[in-house]
Design a protein around this ligand. Structure first.
Ligand code: NAP
Length: 267
């Protein structure tokens, strides 16, 4: 068997991080070499993920974990406040980041692109790792050629920190590539409660719903004369992200520089 890819998981104790630990341990072409989180330092990463102990203990310091364990890939599902520094630390050490954490700004991404290019290391930032969500975005982009009137409604659990979701922003960006520019709704419409028409993106509206019980869902609704078209994707468990995460871990070594969107490496 060829050498296994050495993987560090950052945010290993989080909701998605635990699934990543399970997925990496379940793939015999990958080796989990380190698990990093603010919480649970010293606990076995596999036990936290509901599996028998694997001997990889949670560490609190990302830079020290990289120096000690020499990973090839860092998978990051942490928080909007932490991700930028984590990506910087990984890239400066020559480790390829596979980033699921959302909330990075366009400016952040420009900076990351510069770091990745300078170090000649691949870095994937993917707002959504679920293959069905990628297809939803692709179909929405296609539909926008015919239906320029569109609103995006994204639904997430109430622990999510950023709004709108990275997926909603990415969807709007893709739609913008195909849609003729129009400003939607009545020109004189008035919001009785601020924000009731949602966030404005290039004339489109994006609405963010936050409720316990939800995981990650999105509906893109197109309206035209006498018809509507709804394109919807539901991640009903966090396992839905894992085939995409594994695919990214396997492929990132072949790239140099920043890649934004899993679609760029799997379609
Ligand atoms: P979560 O349950 O809060 O987990 C995040 C974990 O990372 C927490 O244990 C947190 O600790 C830890 N953490 C934060 N900063 C850290 C740092 N600098 N170093 C080490 N650990 C750190 O969140 P989640 O639901 O797993 O989501 C994580 C991120 O992934 C969010 O941005 C979410 O939007 C995104 N997400 C992306 C996708 C996708 O497909 N791209 C899918 C689902 C979620 P503390 O609690 O102490 O801060």
């Amino acid at each position: 068997m060829s050498e296994r890819i050495r993987v560090l998981v950052s945010g290993a104790r989080g909701k998605v991080g635990r699934e990543v630990i399970k997925a990496v341990l379940g793939d015999n072409t990958l080796e989990l070499v380190a698990a990093v989180d603010h919480n649970g330092v010293g606990e076995d990463a596999a036990v936290l993920a509901g599996l028998p102990a694997c001997g990889v203990l949670i560490q609190g310091d990302l830079a020290a974990a990289i120096t000690e364990t020499q990973p090839q890939v860092m998978v990051d599902f942490t928080s909007p406040a932490s991700v930028m520094e984590n990506v910087r630390i990984a890239l400066m050490a020559g480790v390829a980041p596979v980033v699921g954490t959302t909330g990075l700004s366009a400016r952040d991404m420009e900076e990351i692109a510069e770091w990745a290019a300078a170090k000649e290391v691949g870095c994937l930032i993917a707002p959504n790792f679920a293959i069905g969500a990628l297809l939803m975005m692709r179909f929405a982009r296609e539909a926008a050629r015919f239906f320029p009137n569109v609103e995006i409604i994204e639904y997430h659990h109430d622990q999510k920190l950023d709004a709108p979701s990275g997926t909603a922003i990415k969807t709007a960006e893709l739609i913008r590539e195909e849609r003729r520019a129009i400003r939607q709704g009545h020109p004189e419409e008035e919001e009785k409660i601020t924000g009731s028409r949602g966030g404005e993106f290039d004339g489109m509206r994006i609405h963010s719903v936050r409720l316990p019980g939800l995981v990650a869902h999105q509906e893109v609704i197109f309206g035209a004369l006498g018809q509507t078209l709804s394109i919807r994707h539901d991640s009903i468990s966090r396992e839905s992200f894992m085939p995409g995460v594994l695919e990214a871990i396997h492929r990132i070594g072949a790239y140099k520089g920043l890649i934004y969107g899993l679609d760029k490496i799997i379609f």
